[in-house]
Design a protein around this ligand. Structure first.
Ligand SMILES: Cc1cc2nc3c(=O)[nH]c(=O)nc-3n(C[C@H](O)[C@H](O)[C@H](O)COP(=O)(O)OP(=O)(O)OC[C@H]3O[C@@H](n4cnc5c(N)ncnc54)[C@H](O)[C@@H]3O)c2cc1C
Length: 411
């Protein structure tokens, strides 16, 4: 008599649930156990997107999609040709869940409730007969004679044919991966805001800019590269945030960690490739045409009056003056401030909407056609346990769905 195939998925987050569903669907006769260490499932799905769950992103070209992954872009390219946002949208739609895209491309359930996604995954897993067990802490895993021996919390040993690790960024998951011969790339935070103390920003929290140019650089002695980013910016009580900063934090996550979150951030508030010289020209022309007008109320560029007046005060220029009273030096200082001002980043803040870990299982050790380990056969990985992370906008969940789909279909 042939022995019943046993598949175990460790971790009941987005990746673990989706892997278990796909594995069981592909192997209806196998026993598929989804073991969760805590007492709750899909906790991050629940809180994600402010309780709305930003499931994926409305971007269906794999080549463009991978550009949103500071780590994993090379490996995910082939994976996205197998399962990408369009496939997740239709997978959910077939199960009665419709997604809608917002103007910035983020996709949410039409219900605006993360519980819709949780219910869909839970019902699907139960329908297929996935055996979900909560509070299952694995003490150790050993591979003997082609079987994984999982030592459970109560001391019993479960013998398993196929094992999928989907434990997210939990240290215990990394330890299990290491115990099976895998290298863990040091985990460091990604997606955070910048702490900046500067008199100019102090009175401007809440001010936002549709598009700015940012350039992040480090002390020369550290020999780290420069990072550039464009996009919306937000001034906060503690420094700078907004999509451009979050993107920069993700792409520079490792170097920022190495510099202990000390860096220089050059901001071009004018964007559109306006240099200091071009800004100066605009200011000089404005001065010619508005000589008798007051500085405080009249200015070129589409800034708020609050921003403009704060800038004047920071440069010690009285707003009661008229434009003709501005010296060449004043104009040059304003142009410099608008296009080349550098702020000292001194630490990182928390972006409450989403955060992820850069680092995890080394991607060189994984076959991305199947998500199987190259070092240990019948062992698979998916989701955030891998050294993959995306910028904010649904890309992190898409990594979970895609790698879980591949792992589930390959076991
Ligand atoms: C506040 C917040 C908001 C977010 N919002 C978004 C968003 O809107 N869009 C987006 O794309 N991404 C978002 N993310 C990121 C996204 O949640 C993660 O990328 C995604 O959840 C990763 O899925 P995962 O299944 O790999 O890991 P997880 O969701 O972390 O799941 C891992 C599971 O494994 C369990 N586990 C851990 N160790 C063990 C063990 N040893 N044994 C058994 N079980 C174990 C954990 O308890 C957990 O249930 C957000 C993250 C946070 C923190």
């Amino acid at each position: 008599m042939t022995q019943e195939k046993i598949i175990v998925v460790l971790g009941a987050g987005a990746a673990g649930f989706f892997a278990a569903i796909n594995a069981k669907e592909k192997n209806p006769k196998a026993k598929c156990l989804l073991l969760e260490g805590s007492r709750r499932v899909l906790t991050k799905v629940k809180i994600s997107g402010g309780g709305r769950c930003n499931v994926t992103h409305n971007l269906f070209d794999p080549k463009l999609l991978v550009q949103n992954y500071p780590r994993g872009f090379k490996e995910l390219l082939s994976a996205f040709y197998s399962f990408q946002p369009k496939d997740m949208v239709s997978w959910l739609e077939k199960r009665g869940v419709k997604l809608k895209a917002e103007a910035d491309g983020r996709m949410f359930p039409e219900s605006n409730k993360s519980s819709t996604i949780i219910d869909c995954l839970s019902v699907e897993a139960a329908k297929l007969g996935v055996d979900l067990q909560l509070g299952q802490k694995i003490k150790s895993i050993q591979k003997k004679d082609e079987l994984f021996h999982l030592e459970l919390g109560d001391g019993t040993v479960l013998k398993v044919h196929k094992l999928i690790l989907a434990t997210g960024s939990s240290p215990s998951g990394y330890q299990l991966a290491e115990s099976l011969g895998h290298k863990i790339v040091d985990p460091v935070p990604s997606l955070f805001t910048f702490n900046i103390k500067h008199p100019f920003l102090k009175d401007l929290p809440g001010q936002s800019f549709e598009k700015v140019d940012l350039e992040l650089s480090f002390e020369k002695s550290l020999k780290l590269k420069k990072y550039k980013q464009q996009g919306p910016l937000l001034i906060t009580h503690w420094g700078l945030s907004g999509p451009a900063v979050l993107k920069l934090s993700a792409f520079a996550a490792r170097d920022l960690h190495e510099s202990s979150y000390q860096a220089h951030l050059k901001v071009n508030f004018l964007w559109q490739e306006q240099t200091k010289e071009e800004a100066l020209l605009v200011l000089e022309n404005y001065k010619k045409e508005n000589r008798d007008k007051g500085l405080g109320k009249n200015f070129p560029f589409s800034f708020s009056k609050r921003f403009w007046c704060e800038l004047l005060s920071c440069l010690d220029i009285q707003q009661e003056k008229t434009w003709q009273e501005l010296s060449k030096k004043n104009l040059s200082e304003i142009a410099f401030f608008l296009t080349e001002m550098s702020f000292q980043v001194d630490g990182k803040g928390v972006f409450k909407e989403e955060f992820v870990t850069a680092g995890g299982v080394d991607l060189k050790e994984i076959d991305f056609k199947t998500m199987e380990s190259r070092l240990c056969s019948s062992l698979y990985f998916c989701g955030e346990i891998l050294n993959i992370d995306g910028i904010t906008g649904g890309f992190n969940f898409q990594n979970a769905w895609t790698t879980a789909w591949l792992a589930g279909n390959s076991v």
